[in-house]
Ligand binder design. Structure first.
Ligand code: ADP
Ligand code: MG
Length: 522
């Protein structure tokens, strides 16, 4: 690769470097981005279809969730990867709307391609898109439903996010109720900490057996079968050190010449282990949770002392248990003081099929809750876990951020119309780009119509007309789609989800449009 500006070419790139410039660069990046968006488009909305993704090891994921599909697809093209990031940003910021954001980004790219083909400069596209997005933010704010976000409304928001996600219609209502109760339980004046609502999945029962546990559920099992399995008003200690002899971890040989010496060495070891157990018992501990190992003999002593102990507990569970019970994580059992101990109303171990699950309920400190999600197979369960996770997210962002707006394509149509009418005041070619942004938004209700088997053109015309005189969306119920008020039909999304979709889709599309030189180095 050489630069021909002077009489002698200057070589700035290696032989292996591949370079694509100008329109070719834009066209190939845009095509890659569009292809990604197209891949998730059929999953959008309540009648969206699922995808089955099979990886190289034969592992199967069946899902309707945009971000999961894109992550599992193992996309390599760098521009396509930016669309995956759109979905990931959407997921991490607001927890739902990942398909919406990806489809919008794909549409923005498709429209950008038209504009570039008509000699609109990339900076005018970027400018027009940014202006349209800002008009969109305002329109979303104006759409926020007035009045208090009561539990009824929150249940509706939760149910909307779960529609079409394999929860089943009957179940969705019950699950939405659990989700709202979970969030309400951990809500504080300062907002809600997402980590306080945990989701734990356990295969083996119908999803209707899903329950809300006021505390922590972990799949850690007691160290020994002869430990107590149900303790009320339990004192809890949390440690992150091994309860093993130092010698067993280092590779040391005993150099013994007599049976007496051997016995003395074993006694010394034994008494060290006994000291651990005694320290735990003397501190008044009922439940010991360790992130590290516990020697079998220590475990036997602990069992004798009536202590329920857990070893090699996952770090995230250790932290959650410490937070919930108010325990401090202690480095050395000999140092345990009363102030380090936590408390729980009840700690119990229950058998689920072949697994033990441990419940730590009514912790003294933070009010963490766990949605114990049940499902008949691992695949059903994973999809349910994602759906319930989304539902928790939407309830939290609806409460903590800017409220809720009508769903089912209503918000998109209203936002698009607002952009069209305000675009007139945008100067120059950026105006064309703002108009194109509005057209891109139309793709969302159009996709609902397509996925419901309605004629997309008729549906859009009718939807627009209906929104002139009132509030309307493309409501899907069962097999049918109809144009009706989304609020009356309980289809409501958080405003933050719509706002974030405008933001993340615009960011990705404008970033891709700005690129006019691709240099690939092997
Ligand atoms: P995303 O990944 O973007 O959340 P979904 O497949 O979850 O994609 O679809 C979300 C969209 O489906 C939202 O715009 C929501 O308003 C809409 N929706 C949910 N339930 C209904 C319904 N019964 N009728 C029409 N639209 C619905
Ligand atoms: Mg969704």
């Amino acid at each position: 690769m050489s630069y021909q500006g002077t009489s002698n070419p200057i070589f700035i790139l290696g032989d292996d470097a591949q370079r694509t410039r100008g329109r070719d660069a834009q066209t190939s990046n845009i095509a890659a981005g569009k292809a990604v968006a197209e891949a998730v488009r059929t999953t959008l909305g309540p009648r969206g279809m699922d995808k089955m993704l099979v990886d190289s090891t034969g592992e199967v994921v069946i899902t309707n969730d945009g971000v999961t599909i894109l992550e599992e697809m193992d996309i390599e093209h760098p521009a396509a990867q930016m669309l995956v990031e759109v979905a990931q940003t959407q997921e991490s910021e607001v927890g739902d709307g990942t398909t919406t954001a990806s489809v919008l980004a794909g549409q923005l790219l498709a429209k950008a391609e038209d504009l570039l083909g008509r000699d609109v400069h990339p900076t005018a596209v970027v400018e027009g898109y940014a202006a349209a997005r800002d008009i969109g933010y305002e329109a979303v704010r104006d759409l926020v439903l007035e009045g208090e976000l009561d539990d009824d409304l929150l249940r509706t928001v939760a149910a909307t996010s779960m529609t079409g996600k394999g929860t089943g219609d009957v179940n969705a209502e019950a699950l939405a109720d659990l989700v709202v109760r979970a969030v309400r339980h951990v809500e504080t004046d300062a907002g809600t900490n997402r980590d306080d609502v945990r989701v734990h999945t356990q295969v083996g029962a119908a999803s209707s057996a899903t329950e809300l546990v006021e505390g922590i559920v972990t799949d850690t099992e007691p160290v020994r079968d002869d430990m107590p399995r149900d303790l009320a008003d339990a004192t809890v200690a949390v440690i992150d050190t091994k309860l093993e002899t130092r010698e067993t971890s280092a590779d040391v040989e005993y150099n013994v010449t007599s049976v007496d010496q051997l016995n003395a060495a074993l006694d010394a070891e034994e008494s060290e282990l006994r000291r651990y157990a005694a320290a735990v018992r003397d501190a008044g501990v009922d439940v010991l949770v360790s992130q590290k190992g516990i020697d079998d003999r220590v475990a036997a002593f602990l069992a004798d002392a009536g202590v329920l102990a857990f070893k090699s507990v996952k770090k995230s569970d250790v932290v959650a248990i410490a937070n919930a019970t108010g325990a401090a994580v202690v480095g050395d059992v000999a140092d345990i003081e009363a102030a380090d101990l936590g408390a729980a109303e009840r700690v119990h171990v229950e058998r689920f099929g072949d697994d033990d699950l441990t419940f730590i309920e009514g912790g003294a400190d933070a009010a963490a809750v766990t949605l114990l999600v049940r499902g008949s197979t691992a695949h059903v369960l994973s999809e349910l876990e994602r759906a319930i996770g989304d539902a928790v997210d939407v309830v939290i962002v609806a409460l903590d951020e800017e409220g809720v707006v009508p769903g089912a394509g209503c918000a998109e149509i209203v936002v698009a119309d607002r952009i069209r009418s305000e675009a007139a005041s945008i100067e120059g070619r950026a105006q064309l780009a703002a108009d194109a942004f509005a057209d891109a938004l139309d793709a969302l209700p159009r996709t609902f119509a397509e996925n419901t088997g309605m004629d997309p053109i008729d549906a859009l015309v009718d939807l627009r007309a209906a929104n002139e005189s009132g509030r309307a969306g493309l409501i899907t119920s069962g097999e049918r789609g109809e144009i009706a008020d989304p609020v009356a039909h309980g289809v409501i999304d958080p405003a933050a989800v719509k706002r974030e979709a405008l933001a993340s889709a615009t960011d990705a599309a404008t970033m891709i449009v700005r690129i006019d030189d691709i240099i690939a180095v092997e």
